[in-house]
Design a protein around this ligand. Structure first.
Ligand code: CA
Length: 200
């Protein structure tokens, strides 16, 4: 297995950029504001996932330079940790109490399902976990967890015992707060204040 994976890494490194480009995926319904992820499309570097910290891949990680493996642009991230996921992580500035859309694209081009897993952790909490991944072309994954702290650690875990999983176009955007909910929140805040005053 390791030889196959190393051969795949070498092949990917030899691919010459074809200069393909297309529009970066925009926000989906209810997402608002800028993408808070740095280098979520892995276009910033051809050798390392700039802006991300990676760990636990045992060497089986690379910027995949094959434009045919990218959801947008030329590059994607390929991770194939064996036995347990390896992780790419970065800190996101968040507003406590607000929800965020984690939005990413995942592909399993090899078609080998056994020993594949995607995990998404949001400040250390598992908010998405999928095994035996069927994704011969890119599939969209959207998760909208709330933030509790001003800085939230976003982590993606990738395991592929046989080959590699690819991810691209990772974004985190604020979820628009419905006006009614905003008013409700203000109401609750007022109630809390009243209770504190009453029982102080
Ligand atoms: Ca890309």
């Amino acid at each position: 297995m390791s030889q196959i994976k190393l051969a795949a890494m070498a092949a990917a490194a030899l691919v010459v950029s074809a200069g393909m480009s297309s529009a970066i995926a925009g926000p989906i319904s209810k997402e608002t504001g800028p993408n808070l992820v740095t280098n979520g499309g892995f276009e910033a570097s051809s050798s390392t996932p700039t802006g991300w910290t990676s760990s636990g891949f045992g060497g089986f990680e690379m910027i995949d330079l094959d434009p045919g493996h990218a959801h947008n642009g030329n590059n994607s991230f390929a991770g194939g940790a064996i036995g347990a996921p390896g992780f790419i992580s970065q800190n996101i500035a968040t507003i406590p109490g607000r929800s965020y859309n984690i939005h990413l694209w995942l592909a399993n081009f090899s078609g080998f399902l056994d020993g594949t897993e995607l995990q998404v952790l949001w400040n250390g909490s598992l908010v998405y976990d999928q095994i035996d991944i069927i994704a011969p072309s890119y599939v969209e994954i959207v998760i909208d967890p709330p933030a509790f702290t001003p800085i939230t650690l976003l982590s993606l875990g990738l395991r592929d015992d046989s080959f590699f999983l690819n991810v691209d176009d990772i974004s985190v955007r604020l979820v628009a707060e419905p006006a009614s909910l905003a008013l409700l929140g203000a109401g609750f805040a007022g109630l809390g204040f009243a209770r504190r005053r009453k029982f102080a």
